[in-house]
Design a protein around this ligand. Sequence first.
Ligand SMILES: Nc1ncnc2c1ncn2[C@@H]1O[C@H](COP(=O)(O)OP(=O)(O)O)[C@@H](O)[C@H]1O
Ligand SMILES: O=P(O)(O)O[C@H]1O[C@H](CO)[C@@H](O[C@H]2O[C@H](CO)[C@@H](O)[C@H](O)[C@H]2O)[C@H](O)[C@H]1O
Length: 457
Amino acid sequence: MSAALTDLLREWMPHQRWFGGKGREWADVTEEGFLLDQAHPVLSVHRVRVTYSDGASETYLVPLSWRDHPAEELSSAFIGPVQSADRETYAYDAMRDRDATCPWLIHLVNASTIGPMHFHPAGVTYIPEGLPGDILSTEQSNTSLVYGQEAIFKLFRRLEPGLNPDVEIHDALRKTENPHIAPLLGHIEIDDPDPSVEPATVAMLQTFVPNASDGWRLATASVRDLYAEGDLHADEVGGDFAADSERLGAATASVHADMAKVLPTEPADPAWFAALAAQMAARLEAAIGVVGQLAEYAEGLRAIYAAVADSAEDVIRQRVHGDLHLGQVLRTATGWIVLDFEGEPARPLAARRELDSPMRDVAGMLRSFDYAARHMLVEQPEDPQRAYRAQEWAERNRTAFCAGYSAASGTEACGDSPLLRAFEADKAVYECVYEARNRPHWLIIPLQSLARLTAVG
Ligand SMILES: Nc1ncnc2c1ncn2[C@@H]1O[C@H](COP(=O)(O)OP(=O)(O)O)[C@@H](O)[C@H]1O
Ligand SMILES: O=P(O)(O)O[C@H]1O[C@H](CO)[C@@H](O[C@H]2O[C@H](CO)[C@@H](O)[C@H](O)[C@H]2O)[C@H](O)[C@H]1O
């Protein structure tokens, strides 16, 4: 079966949204399958190792469901026929096959071990094991299934050794009962074929937050209201977002405080500041290789980073979110929920688990206010009035977020800090690379921010 299956995967995987090796030439592919369920339909999980022609390799997790006859209602999930010793069977993308979604939860409830896969329920939690799961349409580098309005199952497609920070942080936060996170219900790991290598995290199950809107949608609705009334200020039009930004600042501070209680912390020393400045400078050099326009701001950016190397700020390092933005927070009827503690997807897992300043997350959210304010200007011709309004909206919400964060944390969160400025600049450099690769028409947003950041004294 395998030879034919690997041929099929070679055809199918490059077209999947979650596949990170698009455009790279495959030199080799191997797969190893494990049976998760034997009936209605058969469900198997495959560890697929792709080696590229440059010698690099990546390992992906591919769940497949199997039918004896083609299922017309599943045409969008169809992968192809596979010839086994005595017959032909039909392979489907199991994440899009509703009938194949129950075994994940059943195995979590039973704390099963299947081959190298270990299912870990999170303590005494309710797992809605009888419900089928529906794929979330916003599938990106991971694939999520929503079970009723009760639980959300996130499959981490690319396997990396080590506990995924999203699981690690949610697990640690369980004992804090923090109201601003969605509780962890369980997770799945897979042993590496090499016993000296740490297991990889396959998936996590989390409480689903019903009837919520994400922060990006709410913030951009507010900006739209403002643009519709070009001569009114942000506090004079409907849909002002500042009160929510303030609450979001307070929620972020509350999550940070609890992370510092249950996970390691350490005072920052001069060596840390120097290493951070060096990392930021190195990221800039690499980014210039991808986005040539960054060279124009390089001198100003190097000066911003140099100020960090000499910083004597009082910083307690701790675990942080790592990629906080408006798309990662949900507004419920009662407040904000922070999601997805995986960190920046482009960074290696070990780097994403390092202790850091919580100001990295504050900077991430400030960058997001900037994005929300300006993304609609990208489509518009030169419009000084709206550009002025955008600046006003970003500043108003930045001030409100910082006020909420400062009040809840008892610190002066967004004073004149070289560190915060450097985090904002570094995030904007990361965004330039992200936009160049994913949404080139939005590259102008972080580039213009860098022009402003480097223009200040
Ligand atoms: N616990 C949850 N409750 C409700 N919706 C959720 C939950 N977790 C994630 N989502 C929805 O799924 C989207 C993607 O989730 P996220 O954890 O950010 O995955 P990814 O790592 O693929 O970006 C979120 O933007 C949100 O809309
Ligand atoms: O949510 P992900 O972990 O996939 O984060 C990645 O994609 C984000 C885009 O969805 C990207 O965020 C950037 O665009 C946002 C608007 O779409 C904006 O609010 C953020 O401030 C901006 O950084 C994120 O950087 C990337 O890691």
